[in-house]
Design a binder for this molecule. Sequence first.
Ligand code: FAD
Length: 258
Amino acid sequence: MEGAERRLPAEEPFVGELLAAALSADGVDVRVAATVASAEPADGGGRLRLEDGARLAAERVLVVVGRRPQTDGIGLDSCGIEPGPEGIRVDDTCRVVGQQHVFAAGDVTGIAPFTHTASYQGRVIAAALQGRAVRADYRAFPRAVFTEPTVAAVGLTAARAREAGHRVLVAVTGLDRTARALAEGDPRGRLLLVADRSAGVLGGATAVGPGADGWIGEAQLAIQMALPITRLTEVVRPFPSFAEAYEPALRELAAQLG
Ligand SMILES: Cc1cc2nc3c(=O)[nH]c(=O)nc-3n(C[C@H](O)[C@H](O)[C@H](O)COP(=O)(O)OP(=O)(O)OC[C@H]3O[C@@H](n4cnc5c(N)ncnc54)[C@H](O)[C@@H]3O)c2cc1C
């Protein structure tokens, strides 16, 4: 693939809804799509005025505007590399497109700004330097947000899968269907699986719930290995575990496959 996929997908909409509900239950005043018209220091904190006229007092004001690859001032021009707004374009051996003798790894590649991306790409580069042809494969790349409950995802969202031309099937399990969530008294989470009808395999998964960064691993392995859904339904998971959320969703997908 010339120029690996630039951006991993945004998460499924239910993630924001579940997190907003969890934050609200903790007493957080969540305002979505609100524009701050002005901010000023006040009483050791800050005072905000929103465009709709609302006024808010805050102990701290954090401006969280995302991240972008930092490629300025590191001498890339001396190597003939011209990064774009999304970073340095690399091919699937992490060679810089147009400068095949230079490799790049990590946030500067703009592919997925995570520590595990940087170390994975480092391993791909080490293999290339040893003369082994290892191709970077981002299909089953995990993404996690360590909130409470945790959010984790892998592969394609349903929207991205449709955009990519897949015949998409979707199945969802609420964690309230697992004995574990009920035993822990926290049934808020959900697991959504995205499948490719033609291939009969998973293409993506999004999970919200305690330890979701761990139990998303089953979907990750299934996507990476292209394991058939009809085989995944045979897997036995420990009782009581959050991983049991896979069972109803996989059975539903298998039924839809026919
Ligand atoms: C607040 C925060 C929380 C995060 N939490 C997570 C998380 O939970 N999980 C996760 O996977 N990722 C997380 N990330 C993202 C993760 O930190 C980055 O994706 C990862 O560090 C990228 O690795 P990197 O090697 O590309 O860059 P970096 O880790 O930034 O390393 C770049 C290095 O290059 C050095 N450097 C810069 N310029 C020069 C120069 N001219 N000469 C020599 N050296 C130079 C820098 O000092 C730095 O040491 C988080 C990021 C932030 C900001």
